[in-house]
Design a protein. Structure first.
Length: 386
């Protein structure tokens, strides 16, 4: 009996030793892998069953899917972090004939997200021919259209077009601001032309073509009356005006004047960069400056008299007229030589009023005092022409 017992015990021990611990561990891993594969396959079947479609275009995403049984607008939008407050507003909307809170099972919807996964729009195919849409703007907008989800205009395009237009508008505004402040290269501007040397005294001069054409006609008319007109200063961009400003600033600084005193002294005759009408290609100085038009020169007196009587016929105006009681109160001293082509400059002055602020006036010595000294109101708008 002891022999039989020993034999049976030996067989049992041998059997147990044939199943190593590692084999048992592997069996557990196989079960886990199988479970994962099964779950993935199940999810893939669900995705295929629901016919969810992801379309990535211009970094935006569109998801097209059928409404599942029991699925609500709150459930759909909630997955994409749309607030319950917004969802309630949508549920109560009356702008289109659609109850977004009671969508039909099986009908498809399309939801558009931007690159940050923020909802741009939601489209619901209520029937075979009608799509109702929610545009997530501020405020929300609702539309209806006889079409299908596949044909409805992509909200990606709508958003991208809007962004492009905003960017284009912003670029144009920046470009206009730069123009008004003289921050551009004259030779690169399509409206500017190089002025023939026979019309001016500089080594090189640019004007707007329309301004030059008007001046040439005025010059030809003056010659018939024995008056000679020559441009002594035309367009000056920001850098040219800054060069004049810094030269005078440094001169007065050496004399010990304060910045405010320097500004007042310079601006008897010269403009701050960014505030000069000479930036625009519409304003010209004719025949001379203050010493030439001092009232003692008979020749210059006749030229000025002719300009006063005839320049308006060619749309030129003396913007810096005499100052005094009942006359112009602010701005530069009288400049008998400075004439502006009004069909263009009047519009630019209005644009300046709308676009330029003191934050834009910078980049030269003592520019920080422009606001305190009210330079825009006193000098840019201190003119004698309507």
């Amino acid at each position: 009996m002891n022999t039989h017992f020993t034999l049976i015990l030996t067989i049992i021990i041998s059997f147990l030793s044939c199943t190593p611990p590692e084999e048992k561990h592997n069996s557990v891993e196989v079960i886990k892998k199988t479970t994962l594969i099964t779950e993935e396959a199940h999810e893939n079947k669900e995705v295929q069953k629901n016919k969810d479609t992801l379309v990535k275009k211009n970094t935006n995403i569109e998801i097209i899917s059928p409404i599942k049984e029991g699925e609500t607008l709150s459930a759909i939008l909630g997955r994409h972090n749309v607030s319950q407050k917004t969802i309630l507003i949508i549920a109560e909307q009356k702008e289109v004939d659609c109850n977004f809170n009671n969508m039909q099972t099986g009908r498809e919807y399309k939801i558009s997200l931007n690159a940050d996964s923020v909802v741009i729009s939601f489209h619901y195919q209520k029937n075979s021919t009608m799509v109702y849409s929610i545009i997530f703007s501020e405020p929300l907008k609702y539309t209806s259209e006889e079409t299908t989800l596949e044909k409805v205009k992509s909200e990606n395009n709508l958003v991208n077009n809007k962004e492009e237009k905003m960017e284009e508008s912003k670029t144009k505004e920046i470009s206009r601001k730069n123009f008004l402040m003289g921050k551009f290269q004259l030779r690169d501007h399509p409206n500017f032309v190089l002025v023939d040397k026979k019309y001016h005294t500089k080594s090189e001069m640019y004007l707007q073509k329309e301004t030059l054409d008007a001046f040439v006609k005025m010059k030809e008319s003056a010659e018939k009356d024995g008056i000679k007109l020559t441009i002594v200063s035309g367009t000056r961009n920001f850098n040219s005006q800054k060069s004049i400003w810094e030269r005078k600033y440094n001169k007065y600084k050496k004399e010990g004047l304060s910045d405010k005193e320097i500004i007042r002294k310079i601006m008897i005759w010269s403009s701050m960069p960014s505030t000069s009408r000479h930036h625009w290609g519409t304003d010209i100085d004719i025949n001379g400056l203050d010493e030439y038009f001092d009232g003692k020169n008979e020749k210059s007196n006749k030229e000025y008299e002719w300009l006063v009587n005839n320049a308006p016929k060619f749309d030129f105006c003396q913007v810096y007229t005499e100052k005094g009681e009942g006359k112009r109160q602010t701005g530069y001293n009288e400049e008998k030589w400075h004439w502006s082509y009004m069909p263009l400059s009047s519009d630019y002055l209005q644009q300046y009023k709308e676009l330029i602020t003191y934050k834009d006036i910078n980049g030269f010595s003592a520019s920080e005092f422009a606001k305190e000294l009210d330079i825009i109101k006193a000098f840019v708008f201190g003119i004698g022409c309507d």
